[in-house]
Design a protein around this ligand. Sequence first.
Ligand SMILES: Cc1cc2nc3c(=O)[nH]c(=O)nc-3n(C[C@H](O)[C@H](O)[C@H](O)COP(=O)(O)OP(=O)(O)OC[C@H]3O[C@@H](n4cnc5c(N)ncnc54)[C@H](O)[C@@H]3O)c2cc1C
Length: 457
Amino acid sequence: MDAMTQSATAAPPAHGVPRIVIVGAGFAGLSAAKALARAPAQIVVIDERNYHLFQPLLYQVATAGLSPADIAAPIRGILRRQKNAHVMLGSVTGIDLAGRAVILREREVPYDTLIVATGARHAYFGHDEWAAVAPGLKKIDDATRVRRKILIALERAEDEEDADERRRLMTFVVVGGGPTGVEMAGAIAELAKVALAMDFRAIDPTMSRIVLIEAGPRVLPVFPEQLSAVAKRSLERLGVEVRLGVPVTGCAADGVTVGAERIGARTIVWAAGVAASAAAEWLDAEHDPLGRVFVAGDLSLPGHADVFVIGDTAHVADQAGKPLPGIAPVAKQEGKHVAKVLRARLAGRPAPPAFRYRHAGNLATVGRTAAVVDFGFVRLTGLIAWLVWGLAHIYFLIGFRNRVAVALDWLWAYATFQSGARLITEVEVDVAPAAAPEAGARIAATQPGFGGGDDTA
Ligand SMILES: Cc1cc2nc3c(=O)[nH]c(=O)nc-3n(C[C@H](O)[C@H](O)[C@H](O)COP(=O)(O)OP(=O)(O)OC[C@H]3O[C@@H](n4cnc5c(N)ncnc54)[C@H](O)[C@@H]3O)c2cc1C
């Protein structure tokens, strides 16, 4: 153990204590790191981003309700008071199980114990080519890209003379009726039909068409049927068309195919599926069809007591044998559990009982003042559910600044019906390529925009 920590090629010396390397500072990795604050070990947290991201509110960045910095917090800042924690910025590309080292692009980090918590990514059900026209929401870049697409579509519609193209530009399709899809569709509807209602002259944004497509029989399938029905009605009240029981069979820059129907749309948002990170490949481990690594009761990799896999990347079954959902509370509880196992090991105490998830409830919001909450023993809808949803999200956000910023943004939006973060960033766009050649129609520039193909919708 000591020899290994001495021979570190890209990590601070561990000074005789074991080194616990945590890959991923999402909900799972960060909760493990924090719960190991007093452990006699060096905790090395590696992430390819320098910030922890609160993914549940990404859709609000995508729909101009919040700014990216409101829902992200620097990892170094979060762990700055934790003396045994070291943060490394780097992208892991593999794991050398035999040599007990994490492989980054140009260096290796040896470990005594490894916790893999690299989360999930989008899944397009074998149609990866749809990613170019139907971005999902996973990273801040995804959210600002979707925001850009929505706002540019309306800008272009304002200048568009062809009625069919204007219709496509003012049609927004969200694929997937889980919480992300429902929240996204509701937020686009509010943005177009309320916040932007008076901002344009040639078009009427309230005439925008928002379509939510779900292959299953109802939206929010993890909620009780009654709450799914409430959510559907709330969406419809906001003007969202909800299509149930129909899978999307094609996505292109100018629309989606649903059964025999073609819906022309320049903006498609993918909220239909995720798959685990590449951890199963790195570990050459048994995994389920979504790539989630099968783990033992203590969340370790079978046959490797010093390697743990947690969060969206792990397949952990509940008492009924059903895999636990990919949600933040599961990830956090798994992180805490692994920390407990390791603290016991370091102290020479017996291992705690196998991991058991305690479910607190499900929450989803459907626009302003409407939400559904299922705590099992009580189900809430409407304003009260929305308040519970809002308070829960503010409470779970990391960082006092972010909590205050989000609370103030929401209060402002609630009082004024306005969205504050309506900026089109990082794009070179000829707002109306055919119709507006005058100087001044150009917005400054770093990426190809509408005409460029890949980011077209
Ligand atoms: C849009 C959206 C909305 C959601 N809404 C909710 C919700 O309302 N409620 C809820 O409970 N859950 C929600 N979830 C799910 C929840 O966010 C996840 O279950 C949770 O983030 C999983 O935590 P994790 O630590 O496993 O992964 P993540 O939080 O995704 O963290 C993974 C970390 O690993 C890092 N990483 C990945 N690959 C590498 C690599 N190769 N090298 C180095 N670092 C790497 C990433 O940068 C990231 O920081 C939502 C998810 C999304 C995408």
